[in-house]
Design a protein. Sequence first.
Length: 549
Amino acid sequence: MLDSTYEVKEVTTTPYDDQKPGTSGLRKPVEVFERPNYLENFVQSIFDVLPGGPRGKRLVIGGDGRYLNRRAIQTVIKMAVANGVELLKVACGGIMSTPAVSHIIRKYGLDGGIILSASHNPGGPKGDFGIKFNTPNGGPAPQKVTEAIYDRSRNIQRYLIADGPDLEIDHLGTTEILGTKIEIIDSVRDYADLMEELFDFEAIRALLASGFTMVFDALHAVTGPYAREIFIKRLGAPEESIRNAIPLEDFGGGHPDPNLKYAKGLVDLMFSDDAPDFGAASDGDGDRNMILGRGFFVTPSDSVAILAAHAGKAPAFRTGLKGVARSMPTSCALDRVAEALGVACYETPTGWKFFGSLLDAGKISICGEESFGTGADHVREKDGIWAVLFWLNILAAERCSVADLVKAHWKRFGRNYYSRHDYEEVDPEGASRLMERLEAMLGELPGAEIEGLAVSAADNFSYVDPVDGSRAERQGIRIIFHEGARIVYRLSGTGTRGATLRIYLERYEPPEGELFLETQKGLARLISASRQLAKVEEFTGRSEPSVIT
Ligand code: G16
């Protein structure tokens, strides 16, 4: 009991008008979060819109360890105390992955959780910070909740905070301040136990003992401690199987995004003569994943399709799949697997929250996105280490290389050639004008020919949630060509500097067709059509994308 050292204060504040959560919570440069009361306003807004108010609620807080994480956690603890929260579970050291937070909310039946992370965005004093609220189902707050938080943030006049010393968060234990029970919890054990229930650890252990080699790159972000516990301690992989496993406040100066550009060290290794059999990486907060074989990159769209096709090999899915889902810009490879399995495949807007409602309603078991996110019904977030274990589980059953598994998949289902071209940090005005012009052209595109490709349909994707009927409009411009080729244009909802234009390219090649072209070659005509049609260079000033995945 530390009551005498803390005193509840009501602090008068003025609202900011830029606290609208994006695709995944509020993300801003650190310097924005360091403005007076910026974090406090947003945290109080979350508390104020909790159904019935914050008093008596049970919450968890964790973060990805980036710069500002430790300071922000202290603020949230003190505000939770002042707002009468009954129980606050705090990740030891402040570090807990996003899927682990989701699991803790569900396992202990909490009222929600606060995640401090800007996911795959860079960290450090000049990097980004972020905060996100997850609801009792363990998933990101749905649109109506984020809108309520935003509305509240624009009118906020005061917040409550318990004034007193910082709490010690680096050792497990329980304390109580002004009636709030604060538990410092092990952020790894519960999660690792869950993984052991879902996958065949014995088979993976045997695979690793047989000489099969792997490298998991945590990119100095949150998954390091999880990887050590799971891959080294529980599965017996040698120490050199994990790299960059110590979380650092600036991620070692890197960009904690597991893709071909930002996980370059791992990619170079996997394409070298010393490549291990399997390589994988995760992002800042541990929800994304990238899968590589020796000299081979698995697109996230293929990855989710392959996991679904082989799902029965994992104990979690022995009884089959209820259904599957993918975000709209993700390739249609998953649709073909769903058809073969005789289950539904849902197409949702970008953003994990849209899967949450389908998972809660028991309509789907596995879902995934082109943006290196794959997940299932065990939590309500995408899950990086889960995806890596799922791949290892399948490889342990199949005993073949990553490349052979993917190629066999293409030979059975055909190949959806797929790539995403990102134009990062472009002028937001130019990017908006590009999108507006495309939108204005939609009506006249069907029937037109671009680069010899005939357009069959064009629209701006809108979605009606099949469970609660909620609508999401203008979720990306789709240009669909005959024979199922597509170009999708979308502006990112997670960038913090300028705008990021994403162009998604896809073309289907049947099993008997040419399956093994280099991806960009296989998409060459579509790539040139996508730039021509949208006048990308004219509106962005860029002749080439900043990142190609
Ligand atoms: C977030 C969401 C993902 C979504 C991604 C899209 O990922 O959780 O569901 O696919 O944003 O990002 P953008 O709008 O930039 O295309 P994360 O990993 O940043 O939380």
